[in-house]
Design a protein around this ligand. Sequence first.
Ligand SMILES: Nc1ncnc2c1ncn2[C@@H]1O[C@H](COP(=O)(O)OP(=O)(O)OP(=O)(O)O)[C@@H](O)[C@H]1O
Ligand SMILES: [Mg+2]
Length: 275
Amino acid sequence: MYSASGKDGKFYAIKVFFFEKFCSDAKKANEEAKHERKTIEGLNHKHLVNFVKFCDKSVITMNDGEKRNCCYNVYELMSRGSLEENLKRRGPFNEEICRFYFKQIILGLTYFHDKGYAHRDVKPGNLLFDSEYTMKLGDFGIASRLEGKDFLVKDSWGTQGFMAPECYEGEPYNGVEADLFASAIVLFKMCTGYIPFVTLDPRDNHPRTSLLQKGDFEEILNSFEKRDKFPKLSSDLKDLLKQLLMWDVKDRIKFIDVLDHKWFKGKTANRHDAV
Ligand SMILES: Nc1ncnc2c1ncn2[C@@H]1O[C@H](COP(=O)(O)OP(=O)(O)OP(=O)(O)O)[C@@H](O)[C@H]1O
Ligand SMILES: [Mg+2]
């Protein structure tokens, strides 16, 4: 990812796909770039990183003078970095700030789903802040069309720790619900600094390992609460997290009910407090 100024004097983010480094040939690099831009090209939302333009053949001169063939996509510049970086620097956010940003994630995702896509990689590294600290969802590299009335996606893709349990089962799964599960992990991370499900054994690609009990979020939370300096969460937030992170997708709260949940409707930070 690079930044550069355009002819209009504004700065933009440039996602470069090098032909040699990531892919064996130009065709493959172009396919990756094209997949991402085909997803986002026609979309426009305050809480999605906006696509600006693309170039399918270019040469970049590296710092050491080496010239490398590439293609690239240009996006609006998210100058305040990712949620991941901000959490590292500032530590976990208070609940009013978490609510402020969680609402923005839900708004961006709802729009994205309504347009017929699952994101499949909702995580703090893909949630970015613009110069005014508006949060936007970016990185559409593994987004997928939602198929049929059950909004199904195939293939298990995503980032471990953020993927819903059903993503590991090898069957098509509901991409909307899996994105909501990932957003709940982001919410947990925003308010605590931790992710709840981590794999203890690096060879195990299933998050169940640290879960102790299937779907027993209370048990997980209890063990976290014994840690030093673990933030005290309100009972409303714990209730929402518990319902969002149920192991079985059938037991999980749906998007529409999240909007009605007591925690979601609570006092929200304003932009000024949140930055
Ligand atoms: N529009 C943007 N403006 C500023 N920085 C950005 C922008 N898009 C991405 N970045 C930065 O570049 C990083 C990687 O971008 P992106 O997630 O799109 O690429 P990726 O190759 O899929 O990376 P990863 O595998 O780490 O998810 C982001 O975490 C963020 O820090
Ligand atoms: Mg990314």
